[in-house]
Design a protein. Structure first.
Length: 82
């Protein structure tokens, strides 16, 4: 079996989809599915990298939001002093 002997790869799998729920005389849909795999260790490393990237992005977004909040506060003070 190719998946067991190859640490990383992909294969194309033909699929036929029948509509059994309907009484129509539609032809089945024929498609191809691409099945891809990577080693579990690589998957975990990618997940940890994504989590780290998301945390960094959230910190950056929070800083920008705080700056916008400060600007709004200054505008409110200006309006209140008039």
């Amino acid at each position: 079996m190719q998946i067991l002997n190859t640490p990383k790869g992909e294969m194309v799998i033909p699929c036929v989809i029948d509509d059994r729920e309907s009484d129509s005389d539609r032809d089945p849909i024929v498609v191809e599915m691409t099945w891809a795999w990577i080693p579990k260790s690589e998957l975990e490393a990618r997940r940890q990298g994504k989590a780290h990237e998301n945390a960094s992005e959230n910190n950056t977004d929070t800083t920008v939001d705080n700056e916008q909040d400060d600007t709004l506060s200054a505008d409110d003070e200006t309006i209140n002093n008039k």
